[in-house]
Design a protein around this ligand. Structure first.
Ligand code: COA
Length: 378
């Protein structure tokens, strides 16, 4: 076979355009992220997570009336029914909350009406359970696993503030609630990443959005996708102090270690979400009087920037660089970081599932066969 006849192949689909989307755009060169055309910084500054969910799944920001109705719908969907609470209580201790989330989402599917006569589509644009209830499940999981009582959701708090309330059993300060809610805005979508692509592949078979989201959670569970922010916190704890950054980096880079929370496949500038997260971390560090994480991370960023610029390979912080430290200062344990990513990204997954259904074509790529030539059993 000549080179021209060989089918093109890109390992990991790198560089391959696998579909069209109007949901979010990542401009890696400029370090910009847009949801439905709006720059992420503008949305983070001015809009709540609920408004951003509306934008992602409907294409436009809600007006005041639409916003009130949509918020009410999301907030009414926060409650966990008794069978779901039982499932959380009975889930094997020691299992990862991502496994619980994946199972709960599939289980929730049994509680909605499926339009079986028009394919197994659920009424997911209307129920919003799969977006609203993830936060409640994570908070309930945390409290139950700590031997604490489940705290039912409140309807007069934003999605982020209510999550902190359900986790702690105490209302967070308005600033903490806003930071949590904005962190959810920042993670809500990021184009064709592995979990979103998973959700779209499953949706392309005309499966329900619950099985699509459950599959997406499975993809996010993998360490190459979610979880870098947990490793950033481990790294900061290992470094210990800002003055130890230089010798720690000398050793880490000499031994070929990747610096967690740095670098990105698409961004060639500082991730715009990291810029916003950095501001939050600085603010929280001042408020709590705990500058430990901030000082170490800033020293690390500065030192890495200098070293990589000398090598002609600039590497910048990504969204995970500051987020783990923010969550720690909000009193959230490390094991919940990836579930929180899922609870935010559920909005993007749902938007992509709905978009996939509009002009669906079953995903069925080809493989480059590398096995034996046809042969016979002798
Ligand atoms: C995200 C990631 C996988 C992207 O990797 P990538 O696409 O190979 O990155 P690039 O092609 O831009 O890498 C260019 C060079 O910088 C190096 N580099 C990239 N990220 C680095 C990091 N975090 N620490 C040290 N060096 C890094 C690469 O090894 C490569 O060096 P080489 O040319 O000598 O091989 C990588 O940056 C990484 O592992 N980061 C840490 C984990 C993380 O934060 N993940 C969350 C991503 S949102």
């Amino acid at each position: 076979m000549s080179d021209q006849e060989k089918p093109s192949y890109a390992k990991g689909l790198e560089g391959v355009i696998a579909g069209e989307t109007s949901i979010s755009k990542v401009d890696g060169e400029a370090g910009q992220l847009y949801y439905r055309g709006y720059p992420i910084a503008e949305l983070a500054e001015n809009k709540s997570y609920e408004e951003v969910v509306y934008l992602l799944i409907n294409g436009e920001l809600p007006d005041t009336e639409q916003s009130i109705l949509f918020s009410a719908k999301m907030r009414n969907a926060r409650d966990l029914s008794e069978p779901i609470l039982q499932m959380i209580r009975n889930f094997p201790r020691g299992s990862h909350p991502m496994e619980l989330l994946q199972s709960v989402i599939a289980y929730l599917s049994a509680y909605v009406e499926h339009r079986i006569h028009h394919g197994p589509h659920c009424n997911c644009r209307d129920t919003l359970h799969q977006v609203a209830q993830l936060a409640s499940v994570i908070a309930a999981y945390h409290r139950i696993s700590q031997g604490l009582e489940y705290v039912p959701p409140r309807r007069n708090l934003s999605h982020g503030a209510n999550f902190l309330y359900m986790l702690r059993g105490e209302e967070p300060s308005p600033e903490e609630g806003r930071i949590m809610d904005t962190a959810l805005v920042l993670h809500a979508d990021h184009s064709f990443n592995a979990s979103t692509f998973t959700a779209r592949v499953i949706a392309s078979t005309q499966s329900t959005c619950y099985s699509s989201i459950s599959g997406a959670i499975g993809a996010l569970y993998g360490s190459l996708h979610g979880g870098a922010n947990e490793k950033v916190v481990d790294m900061v704890e290992e470094i210990g102090s800002a003055s130890a950054v230089e010798p720690w980096l000398d050793h880490a880079l000499a031994s070929g270690r990747k610096i967690m929370g740095m670098g990105h496949r698409v961004y060639r500038a500082k991730d715009p979400r990291a810029v916003i997260m950095e501001g939050f971390l600085e603010k929280l560090s001042e408020q709590t009087g705990d500058r430990h994480y901030y000082d170490i991370l800033k020293a690390l960023e500065t030192s890495m920037a200098r070293r990589m610029a000398e090598k002609g390979k600039p590497i910048y912080p990504n969204v995970d660089f500051f987020s783990g430290a923010i969550y720690r200062l909000l009193g959230i344990p490390k094991g919940l970081f990836t579930p929180i990513f899922a609870m935010s990204r559920a909005a993007g997954w749902l938007a992509h599932i709905l978009e996939q259904r509009v002009d669906n074509r079953l995903y069925r790529p080809k493989a480059l066969y590398t096995g034996p030539e046809p042969r016979h059993i002798t």
